[in-house]
Write a protein that binds this ligand. Structure first.
Ligand code: MN
Length: 228
């Protein structure tokens, strides 16, 4: 095949303890999936079911690389999240079968231009300018489910400069991982390589240049990112 210009390299996520890497297809993100975060953003968790938006795969930032403070914002926030990486997909996947699609899990950040998001919300416009910018999804290496199983509970937390900012537990998710996969598969044909960011616990706040973000999910791993 001849290309009119060289195609971009495949986006990949390293896998802990393996030479093989995970080739990324699409990134789905769920909003308001922890009740305490929905409340802090001014929503009623009972009346506002979670919903999805997307990032681009080239928004991923591998661990070991600084997060460059983005343009056009003065209020970029951290959102620590569990990442779910799929090894297979399909449509209309039953909740009971959904975990069979999961390759592994990782620690990730859904960095958000909160000021632009608020503007877009006010105007009823899409969120891409707030969510889908370059380097907006720092992520740690994936851990295979074959090694750790499918965690449905475990502390998830984020410290900034050593100070605890976000804290929750995976068991506080409103929509559980199998339900998210099943729901997405009714809307889209999920594919191997798709990843899901599963929402953030409460405590989101702004970062500044020079800050060090340290995320951790019990049983899955850690993620350390500097804001440059
Ligand atoms: Mn998020």
């Amino acid at each position: 095949m001849k290309f009119v210009f060289p195609p971009l390299p495949q986006t990949v996520i390293p896998v802990r303890g393996q030479d093989a890497v995970f080739p990324v297809n699409r990134i789905y993100c769920v909003g308001r999936n922890y009740a305490a975060h929905a409340v802090e953003m001014g929503h009623d968790p009972d009346r506002d079911p979670p919903f999805f938006f997307q990032k681009n795969r080239d928004n991923l930032l591998p661990e070991g690389t600084d997060f460059p403070y983005p343009s056009m914002t003065g209020d970029v926030h951290h959102e620590i999240e569990l990442m779910v990486a799929l090894k297979s997909g399909g449509t209309s996947i039953a909740v009971a079968d959904a975990l069979d699609c999961v390759f592994g899990y990782g620690v990730a950040l859904d960095m958000t231009r909160r000021d632009l998001q608020a503007k877009m919300k006010d105007m009823g416009r899409p969120w891409e300018v707030a969510k889908a910018f370059e380097h907006s999804a720092p992520c740690a290496p994936l851990v295979p489910a074959a090694e750790i199983g499918h965690p449905s509970e475990g502390a998830i937390r984020l410290k900034v400069n050593g100070e605890l900012r976000q804290q929750g537990d995976l068991n506080q998710m409103i929509w559980k991982v199998p339900e998210m996969i099943s729901y997405l598969s009714d809307l889209f044909e999920l594919q191997a390589g798709d990843v899901i960011l599963t929402g953030t616990p409460s405590g989101v706040a702004a970062v500044q240049r020079g800050d060090i973000m340290e995320g951790e999910i019990d049983g899955i791993g850690t993620l350390r990112v500097a804001v440059a």
